[in-house]
Design a protein around this ligand. Structure first.
Ligand code: C5P
Length: 306
């Protein structure tokens, strides 16, 4: 009898494992991509759309340092939806065409977006000198007003090098992002196999980045906050249309209420925290992200409650 029970249990165990394995395989089938802070999922019978799910992770140091807490993903999601809705409203009102991948908010943690192929590029617009810009432009000091659009090649292991289009080779050169651009800081080319925009497409991305920054900085200014800089990512839709993709939230820009760096509300607060994050520090981060959600909810085009 005990032997029989043992065999049965073993069989049940095998069955259970097989079911687990199948559900894991099913889950994998629906996931198109998974990054440090997001999961992109397929939508059944909707090949042109995806679901963008925000995780509860907050990372720094190219993902080497991370914390997570319940609700963080919802803050990112709500902020992104508020910003995308505002951009849609702003561009429509101003008769401008700046496509974004945003389709609609789905739930607390996710939104529906057009399916795109992402370019491995981070595009940054800066209006106030701070952060890594101070290393590349030694003539600038913190807080100086200037304007620049920069490109970085997404490569965590290489520290996201600074990227410049080379007219001679008609391809992209990479430089150490922590030093001024010079022959000494040249790191090589972007791999020729990478999915990159043409020069004309890169010019379109630069144009969009300026228009997106202009739109968002106006909304932030109306709330008394300076949008210091903004990082965006772009992709190409199935029809070859360049779209603002990924997220727009407090982790990809710098926000200085009243232009005062000491009051910053963005991810830089986390970057500057050293060592183990204490519950009190987590509470500060939580409060900041909530403030960003509440503020962006007041951006025009968002007649939804938070
Ligand atoms: O560090 P740096 O000054 O180059 O950052 C410029 C802007 O880009 C900041 O708003 C920062 O939060 C954002 N950024 C980002 N992801 C990175 C690097 C920078 O969102 N990997």
């Amino acid at each position: 009898m005990p032997l029989w029970r043992c065999v049965l249990n073993k069989q049940k165990g095998v069955l259970f494992m097989a079911q687990l394995y199948e559900s894991e395989k099913e889950k994998r089938k629906t996931i198109i991509a998974e990054g440090k802070t997001k999961i992109i999922e397929r939508i059944p019978r909707e090949p042109r759309k995806v679901r963008v799910i925000n995780k509860n992770e907050l990372t720094k140091g190219d993902g080497k340092d991370r914390i997570s807490w319940e609700g963080k993903g919802a803050f990112s999601n709500k902020t992104a939806c508020n910003c995308f809705r505002y951009l849609e409203y702003y561009f429509r009102r101003n008769n401008m065409t700046v496509p974004t991948h945003f389709f609609e908010e789905y739930d607390d943690y996710s939104f529906i977006a057009h399916r795109v192929t992402m370019y491995p590029i981070e595009t940054v617009y800066r209006r106030v000198a701070t952060g890594s810009a101070l290393k590349r432009y030694p003539g600038l000091k913190e807080g100086d007003l200037f304007e620049v659009i920069e490109f970085f090649y997404k490569d965590d292991a290489a520290g996201d090098p600074y990227m410049v289009f080379n007219e001679e080779t008609e391809w992209y050169d990479l430089y150490d992002s922590k030093k001024p651009v010079s022959p000494e800081t040249y790191l090589g080319e972007v791999p020729r196999t990478a999915f990159m925009p043409s020069k004309e497409q890169l010019d379109t991305i630069a144009l969009y980045q300026g228009q997106i920054f202009e739109a968002l900085s106006k909304a932030w200014a109306d709330e008394g906050t300076v949008l210091v800089d903004l990082k965006c990512e772009y992709g190409e839709s199935l029809d070859g249309i360049i779209m603002l993709s990924d997220d727009v939230n407090a982790d990809c820009c710098r926000l200085w209420p009243f232009g005062d760096k000491n009051q910053m509300k963005d991810k830089e607060v986390f970057r500057q925290m050293v060592g183990e994050i204490t519950p009190a520090q987590k509470a500060i981060l939580n409060k900041n992200y909530l403030w960003v959600v509440e503020t962006t909810s007041r951006f025009p085009g968002n007649n939804v409650t938070t």
